[in-house]
Design a protein around this ligand. Sequence first.
Ligand code: HEC
Length: 449
Amino acid sequence: MTRSTIVGGAVIFVVTAGMVAPTGLRAQQSASPVTYTRNVAPIIPQKCQVCHQPESIGPMSLLTYDDAKQNAQAIKNRVAKRLMPPWYIDKTVGVQHFKNDRSLTDAEIATISAWVDAGAPQGDPKDAPPAVAATTDSNDWQFAKVYGKPDLVLKSPPYTLAARTQDKWFRPVSDTGLTEPRWVRAIEIRPATLDGRKIVHHVLTMLEQPEMGVTNLAESAHDMQMTAGLFMEWAVGKTGELFNPDAGKLMLPGSKIHWEIHMYAIGREIKDNQIELAVYFYPKDVVPPHRTVLKMFDVSRGSELDIPPNSTAMTQNFYVLQAPARIENFQPHMHMRGKAMSMEAVYPDGKREVLSAVNNFQWRWHVNYIFADDVAPLLPKGTTLVFTAWHDNTAANPNNPDPRQWVGWGDRTVDEMAHAWVDVTYLEPAELDKLVAARKAAAAVKKLP
Ligand code: HEC
């Protein structure tokens, strides 16, 4: 069972139910054959169930031994290549602690592979951890585990998509109905139905509001935080945004949401597709000191992508930070030929560091990699952010529909894009110094004997 708790302001997804065996026991186990009940049952349902259960988005259930045995070879293939669970971060560089990490450890992958190779034996039922029941998790709001029920849920007007048609972009407007200013600490978006999840490629929600009397903006980056702008972006495979406990978004009375909903036909009419936007507010008396801005860092240099047939291509772009900032997440956006993307910092003193990299991009999974609060990069003014994107238009890319085509920038999923969605929290220079000093002090305490 995956539970989330809030520890010292940080959201932690805790995996329970017998995941940790005492060291002595583990040593003893490694000598005996790997079985489902003893070794695999503590991993597979727990890490897979949210999507692999009836009425969820996965193609099959993975709740029981029989489920796992039936799919053993496919499980090994996907897990060993790190295609499942969906989490495509390069584990060798950059920030490695996330609020929403759902990946398996190397040891867990080795256990699953060894079990499949041994013929997927069941083992002794009395070794098994308590059975995992199907839950309504996948149809629930995911961040409700963290913050309780969403405070505001908005629905886009319904749209019926024909069985066969060009990609469609639907751009309606909804009132938020807010009568007082509220600070937002998390946002989640989902197509309202399972069918909707099959046709929606992405959703943009723009927040439009009269920006009068807005407070709590870092002076050093005032202009950069002045507009509400993009509220949240969603694409297949994403859940939402969880803000650092000292930051958030501000919604004002009279605000409206402008939706942009990109859909693609799947050969069957989908009636009344609707998107739901859930907003989790800070308590009324809590005003976080920072207003986070969702930025789209374009890597394709203003739609200049040029990806010849049967080849790979690299493209790069640079952004100089005009004020000190904390980088809260990394979410690359590419399409079917997307292969990898990295985000690096070149500090004002010339030091260069990879902040995060996705080295096995899968276009169906737009995972938002949300950095843990205590490791989100703190960057001084004048730091250059370097984004590099790689596309693979060869036959070696299993997601490539046709390596003989030249591919350029475009909106359709068979065209390409390259950009990163990143939440930036601008800070005053003195605050940056304070946060950096606090981290150094915490690290020093950890080192004490
Ligand atoms: C966030 C949701 C999610 C999680 C978590 C997840 N899966 Fe999946 N899985 C899917 C979806 C959706 C598909 C079908 C689309 C695709 O292949 O990407 C899939 C496909 C698969 C397939 C291929 C099935 C087939 O025959 O086509 C296997 C095998 C698989 N998952 C195993 C696992 C295992 C094992 C875990 C846990 C260790 C896991 N998945 C965790 C959503 C998920």
